[in-house]
Write a protein that binds this ligand. Structure first.
Ligand code: ATP
Length: 283
């Protein structure tokens, strides 16, 4: 059978500032995103009569609500062909965790289909399709550490991120991104006004100040455990710890894997949390 398996990474937000709200209700962000080497595997079986999705995670929908399904439907609509694809998702990235798992899956489907059909669409066209599925999909299509602005459509590559290791802690509670934005007080930002991303990599003391996420204050109200995880990771020697995206996953940065490993071993003993030791995927 004609199949293709694609690794679909998770992302973390090293910086996330909400800069405004558009008239249509969407929030405009400025966010520094980096992929990490925690992967779902998305396998596409081509030339099927219709679109179908199967996922190993029991809570992920296998119908039109699946972001991978939506991506395939948009692709075939643009191709103006009544074709189909079977999509099998082996879920490793925690779901509803602020790690962009579903968006990554959608990007994998768009890239895989475009390749299979001989690149009928330009990168820009594929990015536009991705944006219709979700704000983080263009970032995964971009395949580079980037600052995303607007509602995710303006991407600027970022160079010079050190090859940090990270410990991810998912407290096994899901949060809806929509709920977080509904409860956000605009203007209450913790992030610097004129943020200069190059300063991010200058030295450690500045980095601790510059790591920030405006959504953290909202999610923490629902899950105070986030602060407990952050404190635990900092006590274990992390250079910095922050919630990713709309949460509730917390990541902690370490200079390298050797420094991260003891903290990972310690924190993974904690009941009720899923813990991962990852490297940033650079550039
Ligand atoms: P983000 O950081 O982009 O807000 P997230 O990591 O918080 O995303 P996802 O894991 O992408 O969240 O899932 C969010 C919701 O989308 C879940 O409720 C899930 O059921 C649904 N969903 C739809 N398709 C997928 C998919 N392919 N993988 C994971 N979740 C999916």
């Amino acid at each position: 059978m004609n199949t293709l398996s694609i690794r679909s990474p998770a992302k973390i937000n090293l910086f996330l500032k909400v800069v405004g709200k558009r008239a249509d209700g969407y929030h405009e962000l400025e966010t520094l995103m980096c992929r990490v080497d925690l992967f779902d595997i998305v396998t596409l079986s081509f030339d099927q009569p219709s679109i179908s999705v199967q996922c190993t995670h029991p809570e992920v929908p296998e119908d039109k609500r699946n972001l991978a399904y939506k991506a395939a439907a948009l692709f075939f609509e643009a191709l103006a062909k009544d074709h189909g694809v079977s999509i099998f998702i082996e879920k490793v990235v925690p779901v509803g965790a602020g790690l962009g798992g579903g968006s990554g899956n959608a990007a994998a489907v768009l890239m895989g289909l475009n390749q299979h059909y001989g690149f009928p669409f330009s990168n820009k066209e594929i990015m536009d399709m991705g944006l219709k599925v979700g704000a983080d999909v263009p970032f995964f299509l971009f395949q580079h550490t980037a600052v995303a602005r607007g509602v995710g459509e303006h991407l600027e590559p970022v160079y010079g991120v050190p090859p940090w290791s990270a410990v991810l802690v998912f407290p096994k509670c899901q949060i809806s991104t929509a709920w977080v934005y509904e409860h956000l007080s605009l203007g209450l930002t913790n992030c610097e006004e004129n943020y200069m991303f190059f300063r991010f990599f200058e030295d450690l003391s500045k980095r601790k100040i510059l790591l920030c996420n405006d959504l953290e204050q909202v999610t923490v109200k629902k899950f105070p455990e986030i602060n407990i995880i952050k404190t635990a990771l900092l006590d274990l020697g992390a250079e910095a710890a922050l919630m990713s995206g709309s949460g509730p996953t917390v990541f902690a940065l370490f200079q390298d894997r050797q420094q991260a490993f003891p903290a990972f071993q310690k924190i993974r003993q904690q009941q009720g949390w899923d813990t991962f030791l990852v490297n940033l995927l650079l550039p």
